[in-house]
Design a protein around this ligand. Sequence first.
Ligand code: F6P
Length: 535
Amino acid sequence: MADMAEMAWERVMELARAPGASAIRPLMADPARAARFTHRAGDILADLSKTSVSDTVRDALLALARERHVLPARDAMARGEAINTTEGRAVLHIALRGPRHAYRVGNEYASVEVHATLDAMRAFCERVHEEGRFTDVVNIGIGGSDLGPQMAARALWRQGMPMRVHYLSNVDGHAWEAMRHGLDPARTLVLVASKTFTTAETMANAHLVRGWLRAALGDKANASLVALSTNLKATREFGVPDDQVFGFRDWVGGRFSMWSAIGLSIALACGWEEFAALLAGARKMDEHFLSAPEAENLPLLMALTEVWHVNGLGYPSRAVLPYDDRLARFPAHLQQVEMESLGKRVTMGGMPVPRATGPVVFGEPGTNSQHSFMQLLHQGTTPVPADIVLIANPDHGFEENHRLLLANGLAQAEALLRGRDASEVRAEMEAKGMSAAAIEALLPHRLFPGNRPSATLVLPRLDANTLGQLVALYEHKVFCLGALWNVNAFDQWGVELGKQLAGTLLPELAPGAAVGEHDPSTTALIAELHRLRGG
Ligand code: F6P
């Protein structure tokens, strides 16, 4: 008997091959469509109607979700099963924001330990804020030990909050060079955020900054160091006092770790209440994901829409456009959450995946994106689905600006959908008095094909709670896609080779060093760098 899941895939692909499968405008003739394809989860409204997912396609996609057992797989994750099979680990970031006795891994109550750490983090934050010695916090970390906390702190920090916060991630010394001038070592608390405490870039920066503290503070420097890690042996060796180490477990993936001790910089900078509200928001989305049936489950519906775009229609990328400047780092965070999770080419069983997996994700805040890459979304050769995030109410008093921002966000989605046909473009040019010859020459350049998909997410306002919901929504979407594509969304072996080769190359770049065996291009580049650097 043919595999039921493959039959469900075939049904989706058959619908995608039908003539007009990518058309959206005809579907919009149905006045009830917008309501039928708009969903609410927590405080987030998601309008998925501006896509070519028809009712028939949606049924086929939901059938695929059932045949791929997405929701039973979700329940296995929540039971703490070792679903990250290549690393033999559970995947339990939901425990980081769950109630005290909710989640177990094996015989251990994961949640009890989570809450003990949260209590210690809270006490530490309150002590630091009360003492008032530190004005600035520097978080040294990279990937998941940087992007999530940085994104959240960028979104939530306002004047008057307890501390200024800085994120040092790039091993490029220019980053530290630019940062250190604004900092007083006596008033700077340094967090070394690294799940493994072995990441080369983070450890290089940690040594650099520890040297800067020691030069100013001597023996007292270690008191300004905090570690956020699962590797307590290494944090001790580095010199961090034990009561300034905040741990977590290997069942927290790096890109899902902003809710763990890795998020301490958010709490220090913005205050504990903000961090607690962030966790509560994520929990709200968890509750939706864990309980909503398939046809109403927003993370699943967004994942299925992505399957339609990537596999059905062959769209290889997606844009993320937050219409809120405070969410400037949200696309960067999602790049790691989505691309490190779903950039996979073999199944859970190690066989080639017979179809495309994770798309390229990129983005910038609207309205800036409109003046850079949106041209390609409107008139490029391959459609790029866009997620447009709108925040209904701002936290400033510049009402005109906000209306302009919202109008632009709505306009992009509308323009992508509608496009502009020849009669409209002709009429506009005729009204300007242009000659017939000029009109015909310009016409093809000014046409917009339309029928380009977007999803619009609306949040009532951007605060810690709604931000937590938004981030968790995408985390769960990634989970669903991993289950649909049958790939392990929780490992990242693809980052290892580059790390190893960098380790080999490092000594070869020292002055006068012998150069090992490389391909001719790399050999020539090493020689050129030696020549330019005088070595
Ligand atoms: O190189 C990829 C990665 O392993 C990410 O998955 C992780 O978030 C990042 O490096 C940082 O790792 P760590 O927190 O162990 O320093």
